[in-house]
Design a protein around this ligand. Sequence first.
Ligand SMILES: NC(=O)c1ccc[n+]([C@@H]2O[C@H](COP(=O)([O-])OP(=O)(O)OC[C@H]3O[C@@H](n4cnc5c(N)ncnc54)[C@H](O)[C@@H]3O)[C@@H](O)[C@H]2O)c1
Length: 335
Amino acid sequence: MAKQIITVIPGDGIGPDIINATIKVLDKAGCNFEYEYADAGLVALEKHGELVPEETLALIKKNKIALKGPLTTPVGEGFTSINVTLRKQFQLYANVRPVLSFKGTKARYDNIDIITIRENTEGMYSGLGQTLSEDGMKAEAMSLVTREGAERIVTFAYETARKEGRKKVTAVHKANILKSTSGLFLKVAREVAQRYPDIESTEMIVDNCCMQLVMNPEQFDMIVTTNLFGDILSDLCAGLVGGLGMAPGANIGEDCAIFEAVHGSAPDIAGKNLANPTSVILAAIQMLEYLEMGDKAENIRRAITDVIESGDRTTRDLGGSHGTTDFTDAVLERL
Ligand SMILES: NC(=O)c1ccc[n+]([C@@H]2O[C@H](COP(=O)([O-])OP(=O)(O)OC[C@H]3O[C@@H](n4cnc5c(N)ncnc54)[C@H](O)[C@@H]3O)[C@@H](O)[C@H]2O)c1
């Protein structure tokens, strides 16, 4: 059988270190992938004069599966977010962000298992209607919610819930104030929920949801929501299980998927061998599950869980005193 080819984008800051760690883990687990490397982010801007070169887009399109490190989007005018660009270009409409408690971390909770399903191409991140008046006194942006987009993401959430044996889906919205956009999302979410009587459906206003997540997170199983709320809530969820170093994300479209860490390029610790590679390793586990390689995914999950629970060579953010390479070695030894 032909080898599965993965497009690998090491990215900026801590990206190359945590991506290299992950490739070592995939190889040691016997995944037998072939990798084609591509540039994006600041590193691409320096080498090729653009943040997302055509060659990178072509490789993602060809291989249909990419593993991506965090990318730095320069702040300021003229640069559209690279992640938003990739998600739109490949119609990666579903962003799947699971958080799971690991024993042995300094997290606030030890019983969290929540998946946030974030709509990834519409909402406040549609990029539409962004204007700033000439005198710099007035800025505008447009939020877009379509029936089709809402139905697609909510259906995706319920289908994922069924596949993963989840019991409850909570639609998060702000329909009391954002009556048109969030209102349409909620209306469609209620309609879709009717088609899944086997799964409990609840709804919650986003501000209350933030408080509930901090006070009583055990009540959540799956959350489905629009783009901006999903972005913020999923970072909040990461905070419940020990921080951004523990949070992976999958961007899923009809025929293409990009797997990544939820966090950014962490310039404060870049190049210091301090980054926790768990987030990208967990993203690689999502990739293996997507590729129906569940046995490999399970082996890697077991190895990383054991390292974190035993505290053997964990990184600083997990309460340890080791670096990326030591942590990775501890995982590799268990595979
Ligand atoms: N998916 C992406 O590519 C993505 C996502 C978010 C931000 N960004 C970009 O990243 C850059 C930096 O953003 P930021 O500083 O706001 O957020 P960040 O996520 O890079 O860092 C936030 C904090 O978390 C820590 N952290 C992040 N990942 C860690 C890891 N694996 N191990 C240990 N600690 C970790 C950092 O050291 C920092 O203190 C910006 O240019 C932003 O645009 C990219």
